[in-house]
Ligand binder design. Sequence first.
Ligand code: BG6
Length: 522
Amino acid sequence: MNDAPATAAARQTNPKQDNGAAGRAAPPCAMVIFGASGDLTQRKLIPALLNLARDNLLPKDVAVIGLARRPMSDHDFRRKMSEGLRDLKSQSAEAKAWENLQSRLFYLSGDLQESATFAALRERLERCDRELDTQGNYLFYLSTAPELFGPAIERLGESGLTKEENKHWRRVIIEKPFGRDLESARTLNHQLRNVLTEQQIYRIDHYLGKETVQNILVFRFANGIFEPLWNRRYIDHVQVTVGETVGVEDRGAYYDTAGALRDMVPNHLFQLVALIGMEPPSSLDADAIRDEQVKLLRSIRHFSIEDVPKRAVRGQYGKGTIDGKRVPGYRDEAKVPKNSRTETFVALKLEIDNWRWADVPFYLRTGKRLARRHTEIVIQYRRAPHLLFRNTAITACQANQLVLSIQPEEGVSLRFGAKVPGPIVRLGGVTMDFDYAQKFGNRPSTGYERLLYDCMIGDQTLFRRADMSELGWAIVEPILQSWEKQGNEGLMEYPAGSWGPEAANQLLARDGCRWHELDECD
Ligand code: BG6
């Protein structure tokens, strides 16, 4: 699994890092969206392209071809995409950008398993090159049902459209789920590599498009004061919470075959863990950063089957109340079997076997229908020795805590102790807060802007390498196997609107810790 590729290519094509030319439009290209009739295109991809156009980061010579089975004209495709946008004020920069972008949207109907589709695509792309000057640079975005990833890549390879020659680039973005276990992820990597080099493959994890996730690197490595305290000597433990209030919505059929662990942990949560836990990279090159992330993932202690009940908790939501509304239990959701054993909540205790993190547990939890939509990382520092305040009214000093809020609130807050004014020495916990929106204002963003732009300029930093995706699966595989064996045993119901089963609290309580109460930070 050694995937460290030559970094020269990535370096050559990364204008942001090489010459500091941040904010330069990407080179001319055509983007093809496979599975364009799905939700993602209308809700995220097209609005993200529009935001890039508004910021002058989208190439002037661009074309976007939506491809799916459903027949649709260019006109209907354009209309459908406009419906996905919020109201644009006429004459605004956005409205003008949309007028231009809209005229460059096209639609092709076809079956991804058939070569004829790719012959038609080839013709359409050649026309874009001739008429819109897209210069033979193609970005293929695979946003189809996962079972079509392999066949689509094969057909794409056969069509010759992935071949890079005469300085054209050809790149493929591949959506999640990237396999459903280690073996299927390996097979998919193999299928991709039969057709593409690793430098052409962009495995997307939309979590990495979030500003606050990207800020983790800056926070850690562009500030002198945090890194020296970022280790086992000062940190007691780390918590990562990804809470969602939504249920499975209309995705019951997919979700029931996945579950919370597969859906969120080896990808989104491990990305957060890797960013928090990695060593400083030697440069900002994509592979310098990803090499460090891989080293961290490799240091995560593997679960033995016997470990699983001690270090992993799973739950499934029953009925309950969210935001004052009654909601059904998971087994009563559409397309979910009445006897489903799929977990909608998972909590894990990870141990990282390296010098920086030995004996510093990383606790992770994520679930659907939880009390609040909130993603955060908590760095819990060790307590200060209490000696100095021995003869005062202070009985316990709260430990310092650094909270990185990822969404929906975005910011950083640091908790420390302060003396409460008055003649008696009393201590209160206070926080120093940085709020992204307050400081920088709100810019409309879908989270896909940076990822699409990076792919267009050839920067793979925020995309997962083959070894990262396989390592993620290798870590969770024993948990999946153990749960499969256990059946219903150990699957705990929690009421919708709670923070998951009590066992998730016990996981920390056994180590003398507790989850950061989210209302504490309000
Ligand atoms: C997706 C999962 O990858 O991430 C969904 O499949 C989940 O189940 C979503 O809801 C969460 O993403 P976000 O950006 O809404 O936090």
